[in-house]
Design a protein around this ligand. Structure first.
Ligand SMILES: C/C(=C\C[C@@]12O[C@]1(C)C(=O)c1ccccc1C2=O)CCC[C@H](C)CCC[C@H](C)CCCC(C)C
Length: 169
């Protein structure tokens, strides 16, 4: 982790990763804030509630807003295991930021694999958004874009790390 740039990791990778993770964290924390506010007060209107079908709080408090709408098939709806999706997002972006400091091959592989999982999650949530809820949620769409850019960054990073390790022997 000492001076990644001098060992051949491009500096743009670090900057892009930091930017994307901070963006993802801000979006997730905001989503969590809106969801909790709306649950406490049904009259709460969020900044991202622009119209009947452009409403983020409706999406966050729907049954798909917790545990991807899937965890409730296995545990009770109010179980501590059934966390808001945004909590998973916070864990995900924190991991991406933290493991991004490591130059190990294994960390690089984990970042790529978890990024692919997040793509599956994004595609799933995007189709729920479009076909089930029929809503346009700007916070959600922004996180899909962040996740896609993170996958791209992670793929580039893994290639760079393999090249460094190859040179080092
Ligand atoms: C704010 C956020 C996503 C937005 C949103 O989820 C929200 C809030 C939601 O309530 C919702 C409801 C209905 C339809 C769509 C939506 C969403 O769009 C963050 C997720 C990010 C991403 C999709 C996380 C994926 C994590 C993976 C499961 C990887 C786990 C890897 C592990 C090793 C930690």
């Amino acid at each position: 982790m000492a001076a990644a740039a001098t060992q051949g990791m491009p500096t743009w990778e670090r900057k892009a990763r930091t930017l994307l993770c901070v963006l993802g964290l801000v979006l997730s924390v905001y989503a969590l804030h809106v969801e909790l506010s709306r649950e406490r007060n049904p009259d709460y209107r969020a900044m991202c509630d622009l119209a009947e079908s452009v409403s983020c709080s409706k999406v966050f408090t729907s049954r798909w807003g917790r545990g991807f709408g899937l965890v409730q098939f296995f545990v009770a709806k109010d179980s501590p295991l059934n966390q808001p999706n945004s909590v998973l997002g916070i864990i995900f972006y924190t991991l991406q930021m933290g493991l991004g400091l490591s130059l190990s091959k294994r960390a690089a592989l984990f970042l790529v694999l978890s990024s692919w999982v997040s793509m599956v999650g994004s595609l799933y949530l995007a189709s729920i958004l479009a076909f089930v809820l029929g809503d346009f949620c700007m916070v959600c769409v922004s996180t899909y874009i962040v996740n896609f850019a993170l996958l791209f960054t992670n793929l580039k990073r893994r290639r760079a790390i393999e090249a460094i390790k190859e040179k080092a022997g």
